[in-house]
Write a protein that binds this ligand. Structure first.
Ligand code: NDP
Ligand code: GDR
Length: 327
């Protein structure tokens, strides 16, 4: 039975990846941080077969302990402070977790493996945010990186450190440059979920308006369930490498609003959306769109859920959740 250790197991991708690996017969271990983390109970309820281990990416010894207990064949480093807007307010913390945390994870694997680094394959959750002020359209593995936020800068560090461990020690360390991916499990601070949750509440008469920032930004949005499949496929390759994972299509926040509101029968949402400068970013990433050709060719990976279906799936899920909260 193959064994996997996942950091960031309580996040959106950690949950989908756990389901995928459990379905393939893996023994799955997940690193859960903090004292009495409330998400541990949700994880235990939804995925009782996952074995939870206590640890934190900023604490090297906790990572070594987790590796020793899990003795994994594959390590997926998904843990991060992942909310871009928050990273300006907490740049040091973001650097410690999202940048140095990757070094800690890589170093823990290297120390754990000793002379035989071939025991463990490593996946790093890199991000399209590394492209920031884009130097090429669409973005591919070779596009120059130009991050625009402390989060993006931290991800660039983790990305290059992963490549460096591959080149220095021959570690099977791959980096997935994933574009935005969403689902009903997406945190409500991210714009897709913020919109679908608000649209559901507006449709049920629980709220009048939604307050947003920049409506012109464009993102390449895919479904998280598809994207964790690409992560797994990367670690099944003979050689470790870097891959862009994206749909190849970009849509604006306005289009997101169009699809989400239309799904509950609202064609004109102009009186339901308010813009607040508080949600604008100090340095915006205007448009991201990826070229997933390499992932298609080498991994045989293609996305299965398109933009409009993804948004409708999220609105439906939020309608159901909000109905359950009604008195
Ligand atoms: P989430 O924000 O949903 O999950 C982040 C996870 O990291 C949570 O489990 C969180 O734990 C954990 N974490 C935070 N701080 C620490 C720490 N100090 N030590 C250990 N774990 C920690 O992110 P996603 O699931 O959406 O993303 C997974 C990874 O992929 C992240 O690295 C993200 O940056 C990256 N990524 C995501 C993309 C996306 O569109 N979703 C696109 C590209 C990259 P807790 O639940 O306790 O807070
Ligand atoms: P992003 O996702 O920054 O791309 O990072 P997010 O959903 O936060 O923002 C996308 C775009 O929407 C604009 N926007 C708003 N965003 C939020 N969160 N809230 C708002 O009210 C709002 N109004 C407009 C933003 O300005 C931005 O342009 C996500 C994260 O998952 C990262 O961890 C990951 O690496 C990248 O995707 C790829």
């Amino acid at each position: 039975m193959p064994r996997a250790l996942i950091t960031g197991i309580t996040g959106q991708d950690g949950m989908y990846l756990s389901e995928l690996l459990l379905g393939k017969g893996y023994e799955v271990y997940g690193l859960v941080r903090g004292q009495n983390n409330p998400k541990a109970a949700t994880l235990a309820e939804e995925l009782p077969d996952v074995k939870q281990l206590t640890g934190d990416l900023t604490d090297l010894s906790s990572l070594l302990r987790a590796l020793s207990t899990a003795s994994p064949d594959e390590v997926y480093n998904l843990g991060a402070i992942s909310y871009v807007a928050y990273s300006w307010q907490n740049a040091h913390l973001t650097t410690e977790v999202t940048a140095q945390g990757v070094l800690n994870a890589l170093e823990a694997v290297r120390l754990h493996c000793g002379d035989d680094l071939s025991q463990v394959r490593f996946y790093q959750a890199s991000s399209s945010e590394m492209f920031g002020r884009v130097q090429e359209v669409p973005q591919r593995e070779t596009t120059l990186l130009w991050p625009r936020s402390p989060y993006g800068v931290a991800k660039v560090f983790g990305h290059y450190m992963t490549i460096n461990y591959r080149e220095s020690y021959g570690m099977h360390a791959s980096s997935g440059i994933l574009f935005n991916h969403e689902s009903p499990r997406r945190g409500p601070e991210f714009v897709t979920r913020k919109v679908t949750q608000a649209v559901a509440r507006i449709a049920l008469g629980q709220q009048d308006r939604i307050t947003l920032g920049n409506l012109e930004a464009r993102r390449d949005w895919g479904f998280a369930g598809d994207y964790v499949e690409a992560m797994w496929r990367m670690l099944q390759q003979d050689e470790a490498d870097d891959y862009v994972v994206a749909t190849g299509e970009a849509h604006s926040i306005r289009e997101l609003l169009d699809v989400a509101f239309a799904h509950v029968g609202v064609d004109d949402w102009s009186d339901k959306v308010v813009q607040d400068p508080a949600f604008f970013r100090p340095a915006e990433v205007d448009e991201l769109v990826g070229d997933p050709a390499k992932a298609k060719e080498r991994l045989g990976w293609t996305p299965t859920v398109g933009f409009a279906d993804l948004v409708r799936m999220m609105v439906d899920s939020d309608l159901e959740q909000q109905r359950q909260l009604l008195p």
